[in-house]
Design a protein around this ligand. Structure first.
Ligand SMILES: NC(=O)c1ccc[n+]([C@@H]2O[C@H](COP(=O)([O-])OP(=O)(O)OC[C@H]3O[C@@H](n4cnc5c(N)ncnc54)[C@H](OP(=O)(O)O)[C@@H]3O)[C@@H](O)[C@H]2O)c1
Length: 332
């Protein structure tokens, strides 16, 4: 008999989640009710935000409960349908969680077109990270053609697309990433003008040399010292987009504020955070545009596809230890 393999939250971790944070088990495949479908999950999105979702306490969505299947965006194929709009074989995206089979309400499903892109890409540039890059840069950052843009975690799912969209808009784009391989990819494949390897140290001086006239947008994915370095280089009217602060996700007690935040005042700059889900009503517009850029070869998608649902605990931690290279996806 086919079974469903699930990853449930067993306990709330301290620091980088150890393997016993999770309970992995075989369970009966769930049955769809009226208006629902059964989905066979093809690929699961692993996202830095997952670390926040398993903490106790209030955030922008409730925490995953102990004993609950770990929350995750995913893509899959309809295996069984009890809704007239969906049939077995349809390709869909939704919040299916970390498991091999999921029951979902037909109302909550998004159809995906595998002729446009393969499964993992629908979790990357055509999925939530793509939406984050698009609206974070164009709406929150209010990008103008020809500006100077700096983005951290530049080889990652969000950062890689932020820089490519800025290049499409004729900007000078400087990435910040960890290690020579990622930096080479950012410049040679993604087309950024420069990339600074923050592991080499002396970030402020090297970043200043890369943006001698300062920067108009800093798209922050990592927080900490990198944020502070960028704030020291703001131009008049600059925007700092607070997308994430992955350097602090495993230990909130070590997060310190940017000591030089008064440079926002001096430069009449603003710093603004956002949550991509607030743009859900406009995702179709962004997806159409990004799909068009993909087709025209103006955007390159890079995914890091890992296999085996039992490896979820170690694969998730790749995000917080800089071992993923591109959008991290798990094929269960
Ligand atoms: N606001 C929103 O709605 C929203 C939505 C989606 C994502 N996000 C945020 O966007 C950011 C990027 O997410 P993603 O999915 O694209 O992940 P990603 O960039 O593909 O992967 C995470 C990367 O972060 C970097 N990193 C990890 N620990 C670090 C540290 N201590 N210092 C500096 N860099 C570190 C690593 O790259 P290096 O090798 O370069 O160190 C790692 O590969 C995250 O902060 C995430 O929370 C926000």
């Amino acid at each position: 008999m086919t079974m469903n393999r699930t990853v449930r939250l067993a306990r709330r971790p301290q620091g980088l989640p150890p393997a016993d944070t999770w309970a992995i088990a075989d369970e009966p495949v769930p049955q769809p009710g009226e208006g629902e479908v059964l989905v066979r999950v093809k690929a699961i999105s692993l996202d830095p935000a997952m670390r926040g979702w398993i903490n106790e306490g209030r955030s922008y969505i409730p925490p995953v409960a102990i004993g609950e299947v770990m929350r995750a965006g995913a893509v899959g194929e309809v295996a069984e349908s009890r809704h007239p709009d969906f049939a077995p074989g349809d390709a869909v995206a939704g919040g299916f969680g970390v498991q091999r089979f999921a029951v979902a309400r037909a109302l909550d499903l998004e159809r995906i077109d595998l002729r446009v892109a393969d499964w993992p890409t629908w979790l990357g540039v055509l999925g939530m990270p793509g939406m984050t890059a698009y609206f974070g840069l164009l709406d929150v950052g209010a990008l103008k053609d020809g500006e100077t843009v700096v983005v951290s975690a530049a080889a990652g799912a969000v950062g890689g697309l932020v820089g490519q969209i800025a290049k499409i808009h004729g900007c000078r784009v400087v990435g910040i990433a960890g290690g020579p391989d990622k930096c080479r990819h950012v410049v040679e494949t993604l087309g950024f003008d420069a990339c600074i390897d923050y592991r080499k140290g002396d970030l402020v001086r090297r970043l200043a040399a890369a943006v001698p006239d300062g920067l108009d947008i800093y798209f922050d994915n990592v927080g900490g010292e990198t944020l502070e370095a960028a704030i020291s280089l703001l131009r008049r009217g600059a925007r700092v987009v607070i997308c994430g602060a992955i350097s602090g996700y495993n230990d909130f007690t070590k997060i310190t504020g940017p000591r030089n935040y008064l440079n926002l005042l001096v430069q009449r700059a603003r710093m603004e955070g956002f949550i991509v889900f607030d743009y859900a009503g406009r995702y179709p517009e962004a997806k159409r545009q990004i799909a068009e850029w993909l087709r025209a070869g103006r955007v390159t998608a890079k995914e890091d596809v890992q296999h085996g649902i039992d490896r979820f605990p170690e694969v998730l931690n790749m995000l917080y230890t800089s071992r993923n290279f591109g959008k991290l996806v798990l094929v269960p």
